[in-house]
Design a protein around this ligand. Structure first.
Ligand code: KG4
Ligand code: ZN
Length: 347
């Protein structure tokens, strides 16, 4: 593929509770990025309600896609391919994006590319906005990616494009899930990550010591211990006084999770002689996590801008470009794959 030929991909993402569409050029330059969040709707349930999510995607998808094209000043004939998240995610949500992408592919004859949502999160580290003055250098391989979202916490070794090796992951709750559950325990609203981060700003992170489960000898994580420890502390306090030191609990919990994520990722980077560290997924929006990794100067660090951390379609367009370059197109009978693991792609 000639470097100067701008490949433009229209990407769609509906794996969970954001309806998103984006236009990405050559896998990196973000031309437009539209995200319709359902957070306000799911807040009342304290988490994502799958049937409601699916219905909301149906209501929003056409507008979101049209908006992404309008903002890019492009129409369907300006694209080289369509990309869509195929999995992992909620089946009823994935299907809405998939059907929209297939409809567009049928009408336009454009090739269609099914993208793994985890791979998309990783490739969010390659994105830069259209008005960026200097094109940032991309991560060098081998890279260690810490992928932390509401559904996943994985350490992945990336040897080259599309060549992933999962070193380990959570044995119970995902990091984001732990934030969401602990937020609920201490009376904070969904999504828990941003609520805990905000509450923690006024808290003392040394007030409580919550366990750091290090899972020595493996690259796995476990967050059920820290969650149970918070629960126990909450019960004890409620028995004694009734009023919860929410800020201190939030700060102490956040510190425990960030410690473990940081230490494990650094160990993995050392063990694999990594040339870069990538932090991606919704939890990579966490400021303490970002600062902790930024403060280490051993490995070049790639953390997506805040707007690309939580679910969006720009990252789907970024990952799809790698598949486009390898002519990895899908058929129109492709189905969603709600449990699709991140695996090495044979080229
Ligand atoms: O990647 P994402 O948008 O969706 C999934 O693929 O799961 O991640 C959502 C998760 C939620 O669990 C949310 O609480 C967490 O990311 N999150 C955060 C922050 N912002 C979002 N966790 C910690 N700190 C944050 N600032
Ligand atoms: Zn995600």
């Amino acid at each position: 593929m000639a470097e100067d030929y701008p490949v433009r991909i229209l990407a769609i993402e509906t794996s969970c509770d954001e309806t998103a569409a984006a236009v990405v050029e050559n896998g990196r330059k973000l031309i437009s990025n539209v995200v319709a969040s359902q957070i306000d709707i799911h807040k009342q349930y304290g988490g994502v309600f799958p049937e409601v999510a699916s219905r909301q995607h149906v209501l929003a998808i056409s507008t979101v896609i049209e908006e992404a094209m309008r903002k890019a000043h492009m129409s369907i004939k300006d694209f080289d391919a369509l990309a869509v998240t195929r999995g992992p995610g909620l089946a009823g949500s994935l299907v809405v994006g998939m059907n929209a992408a297939k409809g567009l592919a049928l009408a336009s004859d454009l090739p269609i590319i099914g993208v793994n949502h985890l791979e998309a999160h990783i490739y969010s580290a390659w994105l830069y906005p259209e008005d960026e003055k200097e094109i940032p250098s991309p991560p060098e391989f081998p890279a260690i990616a810490l992928l932390v979202s509401g559904g996943h916490s994985e350490i992945v070794l990336i040897r080259s494009h599309l060549h992933y090796e999962r070193l380990g992951g959570t044995l119970d709750d995902a990091a984001g899930e732990a934030f969401d559950k602990v937020a609920r325990l201490i009376g904070l609203s969904y999504p828990g990550g941003p609520s805990i981060q905000k509450a923690a700003l006024l808290g003392n992170s040394s007030r409580f010591y919550f366990p750091r489960s290090r899972m020595e000898g493996s690259w796995d994580f476990s967050f059920s211990g820290v969650k149970t420890a918070v629960l126990r502390t909450v019960r004890e306090i409620e028995k004694e006084s009734g009023s919860l030191p929410v800020a201190d609990l939030a700060a102490s919990f956040q510190a425990a999770v960030v410690d473990v994520l940081f230490e494990k990722t650094m160990l993995a980077a050392r063990a694999t002689d990594a040339k870069s560290i990538i932090i991606a997924g919704g939890v990579s929006a966490n400021q303490l996590l970002r600062d902790t990794f930024t403060n280490q100067k051993i490995f070049p660090l790639f953390i997506p801008r805040l707007a690309y951390c939580t679910d969006n379609a720009a990252m789907v367009g970024a990952a799809a470009w790698q598949r486009f370059n390898n002519k990895l197109f899908d058929d129109l009978d492709m189905d969603v794959f709600p449990t699709w693991p991140l695996t090495r792609i044979s080229l």
